[in-house]
Design a protein around this ligand. Structure first.
Ligand code: NAP
Length: 692
């Protein structure tokens, strides 16, 4: 038997397969959107993704069956575009459908492949016999392939890919459709190939397959990489645990979903008679969930608490459950496929709909989000139902709203970990925006101090994905989070001040307890929160230092900062100056470095999710800051508390002239995607507003 010849060393010493920026479009459809892949010699890269993610397109390009529209790649040292013939000599491909001829025998098929590869008659025959023996098919060598089982055909197909002893193999869903036993057998064959030095790129729908075989895994969706790591690294990303209960009867599935949703940190999902719920809190949560299921009379056949599997990771990342044995899928977010989740979401979306008053016109224009992604791709202007008004609510005809961090996070779905809260495949509610300024259109039965025609401002924010968003002509807000708009403020100013102003007020006044003489440093002084924080601190008598880039120095000075640090020239964490309070709206330095700029009794207020997107973005830094509380550093967190008392205080400082609202740009409702994209640039000067 022969081992595959070693791959020629690729130029530059990178992987045997090296792809950079592969792009493939079919008309409007982008199949690959700039994919990078590296597969080191003698390793297996698992390429995972839901149907249509671009896996087969990637394989087709790397095996020269398709030309990329952009990007470069080398395979075993040969340039994909410049020398496709060389690439073909160095690869073997086993595609999704067995390429063998049914009417020929196993031997005849492999012999034919050898001749097509120009191995010559003698070598082709020898090679066919070698491979039949190696793949345990020698007993059926003389039988027509149409008499083979599915597993035997796939083995023969894989043998066909090895005829030329190519050092690089592409296996595109090699075990699709096989029974579990044949799959396990084929895995042994694949392991053996790698032990003999082959380099493999493997696409698969079966997470267990990737777990078993792949040294490294790249998960793609919409033609681009969304995660990369070993199976263990990816599992660690999904975090938490999973409660899995198997029911005795399908008819209690809905109740089980409903009960487990109460304990779950993401949507529970079903897999046949099982319900799986992502949870934190381990055994304690499990015990509480079991008690609740018992109280509802849901009988269980089995129950378990387990670490996330690759299936959970896949669902977490893509919002799709990986294809199951029979090709069916289960999903948390696909309403057609998962009625219990749909019902739960509906229940959530209408939780303010009791005691309704009917608005005069039933529909409105709104910016609707479908899926996560770039704002221009997922935000669309649409005609939708007006939200219903609950007894304690107010229907506001929106005149202005503004963009805040929770909006761009929910639009992009990054950091990914936050999808556990907002919804896995798309947000649980479609309209973004929490700041409101407008005119009361209708009030709920219990609202006595606001009436139609009043000009109001306030917030829809309730720390969750708001049920009725403000990127719309109308929104429903709890009356407890609205006050009359001061006449001296425009709707745009009022809307722009809500979340940023309330957060700054909380950070500076309540958390930092800033007063006369307090030395305060505000990192990110020119942004939404920063512009308010500088002015509020100054109004309270503090000595304020603002950190921003060169172009914003004048702005921050004009807001009253005593000192301004240009971060492009100077790093405040390594300077001599010490501060009593640091409000860090950027978190671009490790919190331990930032804390070095504090006085011994100083307080750090970390206040940023970070600007990097990705899986966790700035969350690990926030976590590290939290851990610092155990030491000598005083670390406290700010939050947006949207109640009437705080809104009154905000209105007062805005009308006193102590604090002015800095608006960078105002967009029309139809351009809301541009407004969110503006904020996603992370260099807004003050606030980004949407006027309606
Ligand atoms: N706790 C809460 O309830 C709450 C509520 C809202 C927001 N937040 C947090 O507050 C943070 C700030 O929000 P925001 O609305 O103010 O964001 P923002 O408006 O997008 O901030 C943009 C500003 O950040 C500045 N910036 C960017 N990189 C910087 C750097 N390396 N050093 C200093 N400044 C830098 C930019 O200044 P240059 O253009 O000069 O670089 C720009 O003016 C967010 O990360 C968010 O997570 C918390």
């Amino acid at each position: 038997m022969h081992s595959p010849s070693k791959s020629p060393a690729p130029p530059g010493g990178g992987g045997v397969i090296e792809a950079r920026g592969l792009v493939k479009r079919y008309g409007e459809v982008v199949a690959l959107a700039g994919l990078d892949l590296t597969v080191p010699e003698g390793t297996v890269l698992g390429l995972l993704g839901p149907n249509g993610a671009g896996k087969t397109t990637a394989v087709s390009i790397l095996t020269t069956l398709l030309k990329p529209d952009a990007g470069t790649a080398t395979v075993a040292g040969a340039d994909l575009v410049g020398s496709p013939g060389e690439v073909r000599k160095r690869i073997g491909l086993s595609g999704q459908y067995a390429a063998v001829d049914e009417h020929l025998t196993g031997f005849e098929n492999l012999d034919m492949f050898g001749r097509l590869y120009r191995l010559g008659a003698k070598r082709s025959r020898t090679r066919a016999h070698e491979l039949l023996e190696r793949f345990s098919l020698d007993f059926a060598a003389a039988r027509p392939v149409k008499t083979y089982s599915g597993g035997m055909r796939r083995r023969l197909d894989l043998a066909g890919a090895l005829v030329a002893e190519a050092p690089v193999l592409f296996l595109d869903e090699p075990t699709t459709g096989l029974d579990p036993r044949s799959r396990t057998e084929l895995w042994d064959v694949i392991r053996d190939l790698v032990n003999r030095g082959s380099t493999l790129l493997l696409t698969t729908q079966y997470m267990e397959e990737a777990d078993q075989l792949a040294d490294d895994i790249v998960v793609i969706d919409h033609g681009r990489e969304i995660a990369h790591g070993t199976a263990d690294e990816l599992k660690a990303m999904a975090g938490g645990e999973r409660i899995e209960v198997s029911l005795r009867s399908e008819c209690r599935l809905k109740e089980a979903m409903r009960v487990l949703a109460r304990f779950s940190v993401g949507d529970p999902y079903t897999n046949e008679l099982s319900v799986i719920a992502p949870v934190t809190g381990g055994a304690q949560t499990l015990t509480a969930a079991l008690r609740a299921l018992d109280a509802e009379g849901v009988e269980l056949a089995d129950v378990g608490l387990r670490r996330p599997t690759l299936d959970d990771v896949f669902l977490f990342l893509t919002g799709h459950v990986a294809q199951t044995e029979n090709g069916s899928t289960t999903s948390t977010d696909n309403d057609e496929e998962n009625p219990p989740a749909r019902n739960r979401r509906r229940a959530r979306g209408t939780r303010r709909s009791k005691e309704m008053t009917t608005p005069t016109t039933p529909t409105m224009k709104a910016i609707v989000q479908d899926g996560y992604g770039a704002p221009e791709q997922v935000l669309k202007l649409a005609e939708v139902d007006r939200p219903a008004v609950g007894g304690d609510d107010v229907l506001v005809r929106i005149r202005a709203t503004s963009v805040n961090t929770p909006d761009w996070i929910t639009v992009t779905g990054t950091p990914y970990i936050l999808r556990l809260k907002s919804g896995l495949r798309k947000p649980s509610t479609p309209v973004r925006g929490t700041d409101v300024a407008g005119v009361v259109e209708a009030v709920g039965a219990n609202v006595t101090d606001l009436q139609p025609g009043d000009e109001v401002f306030g917030s829809l924010w309730d720390s969750t994905v708001a049920t009725s968003g403000a990127f719309a002509e109308f929104a429903v807000a709890p009356a407890s989070q609205l006050i009359n708009k001061p006449a001296g403020l425009t709707f745009e100013e009022a809307a722009a001040s809500v979340m940023s102003g309330l957060t700054a007020l909380n950070a500076i006044r309540d958390v930092g307890r800033v007063g006369p003489g307090t030395r305060v440093l505000i990192n990110g002084a020119s942004g939404g929160v920063g512009t308010f924080a500088v002015q509020i601190a100054k109004a309270l008598g503090a000595e304020v230092t603002g950190v921003c880039s060169t172009k914003n120095l004048e702005l921050v000075r004009s807001l009253g900062a005593d000192e301004v640090i240009d971060y492009t020239e100077e790093d405040f964490t390594s300077g001599e100056q010490r501060y009593d309070v640091i409000l860090d709206n950027v978190m671009n330095h490790p919190p331990t470095s930032t804390a070095r700029a504090l006085t011994p009794t100083g307080m750090l207020i970390p206040n940023s999710i970070g600007n990097t997107g990705g899986f966790f973005a700035g969350l690990p830094r926030m976590a590290r800051a939290t851990l610092m509380r155990r030491g000598s550093t005083d670390v406290q967190f700010a939050t947006c508390v949207a109640n009437r008392e705080n809104l009154d205080a905000l209105a007062e400082i805005l009308t006193s002239g102590d604090v002015k609202v800095v608006i960078d740009q105002t967009y029309a409702l139809s351009d809301a995607a541009d407004a969110v994209a503006h904020m996603l640039g992370h260099h807004a000067r003050g606030k980004v507003v949407i006027a309606i």
